[in-house]
Design a protein around this ligand. Structure first.
Ligand SMILES: O=C(O)[C@H](O)COP(=O)(O)O
Ligand SMILES: [Mn+2]
Ligand SMILES: [Mn+2]
Length: 540
């Protein structure tokens, strides 16, 4: 693996910057009524489709390091592939492999087991309960439960975050039933394994990029302190909350499971806690709440002294958490690192919801710049929920700032993420998602024009689909709102006013995907595609 970029013998970089625009969640759908991208009025995207430099890229499954081609893409694996220029085995795959080999039950697992065997306190497992395979997988949870039983752990408490965002909007009860059956089977020979608390992932525990610490506080109160509305079972909680609130899984309020003696699973001194999510963005804040001695993001109450482990290490720079079950994907030599080494100035910009995507995920799950003197990271503060009431989100402000920075900071390489197609797509609201795509298209046109005026090149792509498929066809023929990502390909277009036809000719290798974008950008910047990187999309 090269650690230094080499000049390309023939490619001349533009006078201005190369700007890579990620339209989060804007894939290429079937063009039907549930395809919000096709339904939207998108003069800019329409123009891009006519360029010689337009193609489509794979953004899901094995093309982005997921276990199989039945797996959707997501922001983590998509931005990892974009930034690393290679296909890296991702958390979903690494954890499954570590379970098969037994490597997952290494030193961090031992510490947890030894802790609870000594103290008599429960082993607590916290995480997203689904088979979405974006942040977690229920099979991983069950493997941990089976092993705990095998090792004679007497008490386990599971704290379940309800999904409905990477899986159907109201699917929580199916996962709860499956988990309860496992817990009942394992609760024999004196063992006592139960669900202790939970809530919808968008309002309980799984905040990211410090958008709203209240979300984590609600989780802390329910999981750790046993504070919150009490129910006899998770099924009863979900059924009642469906009826009372009309909300779907991702937004259901927190709940605590209690019996005649009170909450069944507050987390106390001497316990062990495993956060079984493998993806870091929405796991880091809870990790900090458990690990940091000095902490003032919310009042924790007395912090229990526990043995804490993550499914993996979520941040390689911050080394969070300090103990983890599975080694994270090793992603070195990302294009950001190589450009920093070559002294090329870089700007990364997005709004809060996607800020870490163009910094942390782009850099291989590292939060810090490689060279702060030549990298500028700009976060535009996001609006609060409900986002479907503001589908334009902060696209205009991001665009204003980006254009201002082209003149003020004068970066040679820019990466920007527009969150709208994805964040509004996840709400399942078709009308709002059409508006979201239109807002992005408007801003896309502004950026392309600003870059053209500064003699630069724009590369437009997306990290995975979402807005392009707003419905699923159920087996009974009925339509069901789809809140999760799609498995569709994503667009790739390059606008280079120097090229006849407005963009360079492409020669995409077979099965071209997101991992081919880094070499493409580097080549446009006048560098050779680095050794080990996947090929550039440009024709010779
Ligand atoms: O975390 C989320 O919001 C979803 O699980 C996946 O969306 P993202 O991968 O686009 O962030
Ligand atoms: Mn995304
Ligand atoms: Mn998403």
């Amino acid at each position: 693996m090269l650690t230094r970029l080499l000049q390309h013998p023939t490619r001349r970089p533009p006078e201005g910057p190369v700007v890579c625009i990620v339209l989060d969640g804007v894939g290429i759908g079937r063009g039907d009524f549930g395809d919000a991208v096709a339904q939207a009025r998108t003069p800019t995207l329409d123009r891009l489709r006519g360029l010689p430099s337009f193609t489509s890229l794979l953004a899901h499954g094995t093309a982005v390091g997921m276990p199989s081609d039945a797996d959707m893409g997501n922001s983590e694996v998509g931005h990892n592939a974009l930034g690393a220029g290679r296909i890296v085995d991702q958390g979903a795959k690494l954890v499954t492999q570590a379970i098969a080999s037994g490597a997952i039950f290494g030193p961090a697992w031992r510490r947890c087991i030894d802790t609870v065997k000594t103290s008599g306190e429960p082993l607590h497992l916290i995480g997203l309960l689904s088979d979405g395979n974006v942040h977690s997988h229920i099979d991983h949870l069950i493997a941990l439960l089976e092993r705990a039983a095998l090792e004679g752990v007497p008490k386990v408490r599971v704290h379940v975050l309800l999904d409905g965002r990477d899986v159907p909007a109201r699917s929580a009860l199916a996962y709860i039933d499956r988990l309860e059956a496992v817990l009942a089977r394992l609760s024999q020979d004196g063992r006592d394994y139960r669900i202790a608390s939970g809530g919808g992932r968008m309002v309980v525990t799984m905040d990211r990029y410090e958008a709203d610490w209240k979300i984590v506080e609600r989780g802390w109160d329910a999981h750790v302190r046993g504070l919150g509305r009490r129910f006899g079972s998770a099924r009863e909680a979900v059924e009642t909350l469906y009826k009372e609130t009309g909300l779907d899984d991702q937004n259901l309020p927190a709940f605590v499971i209690a019996d005649a003696l009170g909450p069944v699973g507050p987390i106390r001194d001497g316990a062990a806690v495993i956060l079984f999510n493998f993806r870091g963005d929405r796991a880091l804040e809870l990790t900090r709440a458990f690990e940091e001695e000095h902490f003032d993001e919310f009042p924790r109450g007395p912090k229990p002294r526990v043995e804490f482990a993550g499914m993996t290490q979520y941040d390689g720079d911050l080394q969070l958490p300090s103990h983890f079950l599975v080694a994270p994907p090793a992603i070195a030599g990302t294009m950001g690192e190589l450009l920093a080494g070559a002294g090329v100035t870089q700007l990364a910009i997005s709004e809060t919801h996607k800020f870490g995507h163009v910094t942390y995920f782009w850099n291989g799950n590292r939060s810090e710049p490689f060279d702060p003197k030549r990298e500028k990271y700009v976060e535009v503060e996001s609006d609060g929920p409900p986002l479907e009431h503001r589908p334009w989100m902060r696209a205009a402000e991001i665009t204003d700032r980006l254009i201002a920075e082209l003149d003020a900071y004068k970066p040679k390489f820019v990466r920007v993420n527009y969150a709208n197609g994805d964040m509004i797509g996840h709400t399942g609201d078709l009308g709002a998602t059409i508006l979201a795509v239109e807002a992005v298209d408007l801003c896309l046109g502004r950026v392309i024009e600003a870059v053209r005026a500064r003699k630069g090149i724009t590369v437009v792509t997306a990290d995975h689909g979402n807005a392009d498929q707003m419905f699923d066809l159920r087996p009974d023929g009925a339509l069901q709102v789809r809140t999760s990502h799609s498995l569709n390909r994503v667009p790739l277009a390059i606008v280079d006013p120097r090229a006849p036809g407005g963009g360079p000719l492409l020669a995409p290798p077979p099965a071209a995907g997101l991992s081919n974008v880094a070499s493409t950008c580097l080549e446009l910047l006048g560098f050779l595609p680095p050794e080990g990187y996947r090929a550039s999309l440009l024709a010779r």
